[in-house]
Write a protein that binds this ligand. Structure first.
Ligand SMILES: Nc1ncnc2c1ncn2[C@@H]1O[C@H](COP(=O)(O)OP(=O)(O)OP(=O)(O)O)[C@@H](O)[C@H]1O
Ligand SMILES: NC(=O)c1ccc[n+]([C@@H]2O[C@H](COP(=O)(O)O)[C@@H](O)[C@H]2O)c1
Length: 191
């Protein structure tokens, strides 16, 4: 089939987040997006970050979370890891180089909105859903306390977090964050 014909009938969106973890706020946003596009690229932002209090989960683990959570959705999804760059000015080109093509970008992140808008990409925002609790930072704090986080993420995400030992990991790395913990001698005297 000719590309132009396909584009006339099918819309593909792009939604990027760190998804640390993928939670019910993200899920509600994707459900809303599903009413507007046929296919959705899910950009796994800061893809190379993991094993810290702020970014506990690897790109692969985040792919598992959102793929399983969206198993029943009436939407074709393409999870694509996107590493960070030092230069915001070329970030949209970087995204495009990694992603299937898309017509609409979805984000509530002001920098992401700014960069896509400057690049001439249509950007759509959504309301924030129950933001007082549907926030990655709040959910990670609850994971560290292992108290009440399960109700704020899709059931499939609970399963993935349990499968990968995610609670033990975030508890452990949140104790050692700030130390150069990948170096065995990080706390040793440099002399
Ligand atoms: N509750 C929510 N309702 C609607 N959109 C949300 C909600 N939470 C996050 N988003 C949006 O989803 C995108 C990805 O967000 P992100 O992965 O940073 O989650 P977060 O909850 O803001 O996490 P963190 O606290 O770790 O920054 C952003 O555009 C963000 O504004
Ligand atoms: N210069 C860059 O690398 C650049 C610019 C804008 C957004 N991002 C990334 O896009 C993602 C945006 O997601 P959030 O809305 O979850 O913050 C983050 O991972 C952020 O680091 C990276």
């Amino acid at each position: 089939m000719h590309d132009g014909v396909l584009a006339d009938h099918m819309r593909r969106g792009f939604y990027i987040g760190r998804f640390q973890p993928y939670h019910d706020g993200h899920h509600r946003m994707v459900e809303r997006i599903a009413g507007e596009v046929d296919e959705l690229v899910l950009g796994i932002g800061s893809a190379d970050d993991s094993h810290t209090r702020h970014d506990p989960f690897t790109a692969g683990e985040r792919i598992m979370m959102l793929t399983k959570a969206l198993d029943d959705a009436d939407l074709v999804i393409y999870p694509v890891p996107i590493e960070d760059l030092d230069r915001n000015a070329v970030w949209v080109s970087h995204v495009r180089s990694m992603s299937p093509t898309f017509e609409i970008a979805y984000s509530n992140n002001p920098l992401v909105v700014q960069l896509f808008t400057e690049a001439g990409v249509e950007v759509r925002q959504s309301p924030m859903f129950e933001r007082e609790k549907l926030e990655g930072t709040e959910i990670r704090e609850r994971m560290i306390a292992d108290d009440g986080w399960e109700a704020l993420v899709p059931d499939a995400v609970v399963d993935v977090v349990r499968e990968i030992g995610g609670i033990e990991r975030i508890q452990r790395v949140s104790d050692t964050d700030g130390a150069d913990s990948y170096r065995a001698d990080a706390t040793a005297d440099p002399e």
